[in-house]
Ligand binder design. Structure first.
Ligand code: ADP
Ligand code: MG
Length: 341
């Protein structure tokens, strides 16, 4: 498959299913990854993210469904002909090759002229912030530098799609945050389609144009960070992304999902603004965070929640203070929720 355009390919997954003898790893996934977008597969361990990436890459075979790259069905196209760049959590560099030779590997395999290879490798070294490191061996690099090499090697042949499976998972927090910003910058510069796997919600929010939230082999919701935060379609999404207070409705199988900045705490029995709903809660404690207050609350069903506010009346200061939680229905979402007993 030629690596040509500058925009990245679109990927269309139609009813993708992967069944193992012991488990249903993916259950009828339909997903459209737009050309040039940064899409993150986010979900807990075991939810099927790696399986989906491996199916797109061609490492494993589908049980049912189909995968299309720019409109072309690639179910039966072998890995090396799909022309996708791939980066794993463990760098998988060749230990006996220098950094330059590692990055050059996909090009030497394609039998590109030496001079052209040198140019492309040098450009990739510069993009990865590794100029001057070309003659080193992987063992002479830190984990973060090794992962940059892996990224450079995956990008050097200008693949239309880059697949990344928890590429920062083995790095410490500071380094991970630095590399997140670099990956974002590289995505903007190369303009290809990135499909990125993580179980870390903050990482997903930092990087992505859109996020697909995985739960037990299914996609619960696909959307921008803001859509998922403000309009989660399920309790699973609401609880996986960001903080919230979940208040069961007295009737029906629904629950209100109230984000910390969409709720207010009032004194018990005080007047509630028109149209607002309320629930009795206990403020467990209030913590001053400089930018405002964070109140940890407990509901009558013993679940906990979080409210943020700029100010707090003196009467609500302290530990274990009864209060009214209030919110306006238009500012929160309702999701179906199993009855709590
Ligand atoms: P994630 O990457 O989200 O952590 P995976 O895609 O690796 O999850 O796994 C999804 C599910 O498929 C898990 O229940 C896992 O145990 C199962 N699974 C993955 N690979 C295999 C395999 N080769 N054989 C049997 N089950 C597998
Ligand atoms: Mg995985």
């Amino acid at each position: 498959m030629p690596a040509s355009s500058n925009r990245g390919a679109e990927i269309y997954l139609d009813g993708v299913t992967k069944r193992y003898p012991t488990s249903l790893a993916l259950d009828d996934i339909t997903l459209h990854v737009r050309a040039g977008e940064f899409l993150t597969l986010l979900g807990p361990s075991g939810s099927g993210k790696t399986t989906l990436l491996n199916l797109i890459a061609g490492f494993i075979e589908l049980t049912a469904g189909s995968i299309h790259l720019d409109g072309r069905r690639i179910n039966d196209v072998p890995v090396h002909k799909r022309g996708l760049g791939i980066v794993f959590q463990h760098y998988a560099l060749f230990p006996h090759l220098t950094v330059s030779d590692n990055i050059a590997f996909p090009l030497t395999r394609r039998k590109m002229p030496k001079e052209q290879i040198r140019e492309l490798v040098n450009a990739e070294l510069a993009t990865a912030g590794l100029s001057g490191y070309g003659k080193r061996f992987p063992r002479e690099l830190s984990g973060g530098q090794q992962q940059r090499v892996a990224l450079a090697r995956a990008l050097v042949f200008k693949p239309e799609v880059l697949l990344l499976d928890e590429p920062l998972g083995a790095l410490d927090k500071n380094l991970r945050e630095r590399l997140q910003l670099e990956i974002r910058r590289i995505h903007r510069e190369v303009g290809r389609t990135f499909v990125f796997v993580t179980h870390d919600q903050e990482e997903a929010l930092t990087l992505s144009d859109r996020i697909a939230v995985f739960n037990e082999g299914r996609i619960e919701q696909v959307g921008t960070a803001q859509e998922l935060y403000e309009r989660p379609v399920s309790l699973f999404v609401a609880e996986f992304i960001g903080e919230s207070t979940v208040v069961p409705e007295t009737t029906g199988d629904m629950a209100w999902v109230i984000r910390p900045e969409k709720a207010k705490l009032l004194e018990p029995h005080s007047e509630v603004p028109g149209g607002c709903l309320t629930a009795d809660v206990m403020i467990q404690q209030s913590v001053y965070l400089g930018s405002g207050w964070k109140h940890e609350i407990v509901l009558p069903d013993n679940t906990t929640g979080v409210v943020r506010s700029d100010r707090i009346p003196d009467s609500l200061h302290g530990v274990n203070i009864p209060a009214q939680l209030t919110w306006h229905p238009s500012e929160v979402t309702r999701v179906s929720a199993p009855k709590r007993t």
